[in-house]
Design a protein around this ligand. Structure first.
Ligand SMILES: Nc1ncnc2c1ncn2[C@@H]1O[C@H](COP(=O)(O)OP(=O)(O)OP(=O)(O)O)[C@@H](O)[C@H]1O
Length: 512
């Protein structure tokens, strides 16, 4: 009983095919003690028999062609029948050198008993070869124990294989779940980054964020166009931060700000002595951008001669530092921006058409602020909060009259102008105070009033009619109060309303 239990226990330990084969070899070695033994199991394609065994006490491992029926194990697999060869004569005709060597080591005085291994369903799943003297092989064959042992092995093998398969599948499943979780985490991260840094809830702002999220994923060049101050650099930085290159450098160059004769050395770098004043080697921006993004701001201002050199770099990703005779390579993504109509410059011959096509494999147009006036309130809140934090102050809200004036203004300088204007207003507002027109210097106020644009042909920015009317009313009264230097009687007369009505409106609309 104890031996039976020990045997059963030993069978529970192997958890893969190799360990189970070793278990079978150990059992055979211990209880049958044959001269040699070989267990062959087809590998996953079925083309080869992976064999493990013992020649005496020495471990053997070899691979046999499963369809080479000239060798006995494949032959028994084909016939699915037990066979005994009383001697090993004829081994010389076997192609497989390792197997031939094994037969030679066993000696011709030994024979071979080969038995098919059935799985749980009785299907063939391997083969066992036992080397020993012919009469011993016949005795083992007739006793029938080996077949029983192989049934135990075959069933256990099926179990181990299914366990392995399940483990493989659950590992793959876990890996795909992890990938899905990583992807959705990355998407969430991108969305948060975009919402925080590209402020705005207008349709145009949302579209811009969607475009960035989509374009950031590939490595094509991007041409960003838009009026000055509209947020082109914000878009370029976000394209980089949301891209797989995010942890590599973002290198920006303003082509309009660098003298023509310096652009080349800035971009490509130089070697010591390349020109007078080059006292040491200097790495260029193209090299610094390796693995990351090269941002060419104001690309429309790049001189024609430099455009040709840039085109070559974009086509080959190779460049030559000044004074060097060696080509260098840099893997960068290029993003270019301009406030100029590049297509017109191409038509005028001021910008190379081939470079234009290279740069605009994908395009983003950043709309002017006046085309998305709905964003003004949110942008203002964002900037005021930022200035408050910077100055260590807590500002109240943007008062309606000022908001109304901002909504009516055409913002030729776009978001930058709004930001600058609010920076001034915050600087003139006390800690805890609301920000109104009185916080702006007169010249800015008159700029806002003089340039107050028509509220838009389509009034698309209006989301709340009652609020819009209040804002408009507040803006008119505030402007008139400034014009009459706070004289409410004259304001009321000029607007054809009673003085009491004006007072009431000023209180309700928070106009001072
Ligand atoms: N949607 C936005 N959300 C938050 N800040 C913005 C947004 N758009 C622009 N800004 C801010 O406005 C200012 C100008 O933006 P940016 O420099 O990106 O404009 P630009 O179009 O590149 O200008 P230029 O044409 O002069 O190069 C920056 O301070 C930027 O942070």
């Amino acid at each position: 009983m104890q031996r039976a239990l020990e045997f059963a226990l030993s069978l529970t330990l192997p958890d893969d095919e190799i360990a189970l084969t070793d278990w079978l070899l150990a059992v055979l070695h211990k209880h049958w003690q044959p001269q040699g033994v070989l267990v062959g199991l087809p590998e996953f394609s079925g083309r080869q028999l992976e064999c493990r065994g013992l020649a005496g006490n020495t471990p053997v491992a070899l691979a046999l062609e499963a369809d080479d029926f000239g060798q006995p194990l494949a032959y028994v697999m084909l016939k699915n029948q037990v066979r005994i060869w009383d001697t090993l004569y004829g081994g010389a005709r076997i192609d497989n050198a390792a197997f031939r060597q094994l037969l030679t080591d066993m000696g011709t005085h030994n024979g071979l008993l080969a038995l098919p291994i059935p799985d749980a369903a009785g299907k063939l799943c391997g083969v066992l070869g036992i080397f020993d003297k012919g009469d011993q092989l016949w005795a083992w064959r007739n006793a029938g124990d080996l077949e029983l042992l192989l049934q135990v092995f075959g069933r256990q093998l099926a179990r181990v294989k299914s366990l392995r398969r399940n483990q493989r599948e659950s590992t793959q499943l876990r890996a795909s779940l992890r990938q899905i979780a990583d992807e959705s985490e990355a998407r969430r991260h991108t969305a948060t980054l975009l919402e925080n840094q590209l402020v705005g809830q207008s349709t145009a702002a949302r579209h811009l964020r969607d475009q960035i999220a989509q374009i950031a994923g590939h490595s094509l060049s991007v041409l960003i166009q838009g009026e000055t101050g509209s947020g082109k650099e914000v878009v370029a930085r976000l394209l980089h931060q949301c891209s797989p290159r995010a942890d590599r450098p973002f290198v920006a160059i303003n082509c309009a700000a660098i003298p023509e004769n310096l652009i080349e050395s800035e971009l490509f770098g130089y070697l010591k002595g390349a020109f007078s004043g080059a006292q040491s080697n200097k790495e260029g921006l193209v090299a610094q951008a390796h693995g990351g993004t090269l941002f060419l701001d104001e690309v429309g201002d790049m001189p024609l001669a430099m455009q040709a050199k840039l085109l070559r770099v974009l086509e080959t990703r190779c460049y030559r530092p000044l004074g060097s005779d060696k080509e260098c390579h840099s893997d960068f993504r290029v993003i270019a921006a301009t406030h100029q109509p590049l297509d017109e410059q191409v038509a005028d011959g001021r910008f190379r058409q081939d470079l234009f096509h290279r740069l605009c494999q994908s395009q983003i147009l950043v709309p002017a602020l006046r085309e998305r006036a709905e964003d003004i309130a949110l942008l203002s809140k964002h900037f005021i909060a930022g200035f408050g934090e910077r100055e260590g102050k807590r500002f109240g809200t943007l008062r309606r009259p000022l908001l109304a004036m901002l909504l009516a203004y055409s913002f030729p300088g776009n978001v930058r102008e709004l930001r600058n204007l609010l920076e001034v207003a915050c600087a003139h507002t006390a800690d805890g105070g609301d920000i109104g027109p009185d916080a702006l210097p007169l010249e800015i106020l008159s700029r806002l009033e003089d340039d107050a644009c028509d509220m838009g042909d389509d009034y698309n920015h209006i989301q709340d009619l009652r609020q819009a009317l209040c804002d408009y009313e507040a803006a008119v009264i505030a402007a008139r109060l400034r014009y009459y230097q706070g004289n409410r009687l004259r304001v009321a007369e000029s607007l054809n309303i009673a003085r009491r009505t004006l007072d009431h409106k000023c209180m309700k609309l928070e106009v001072q």
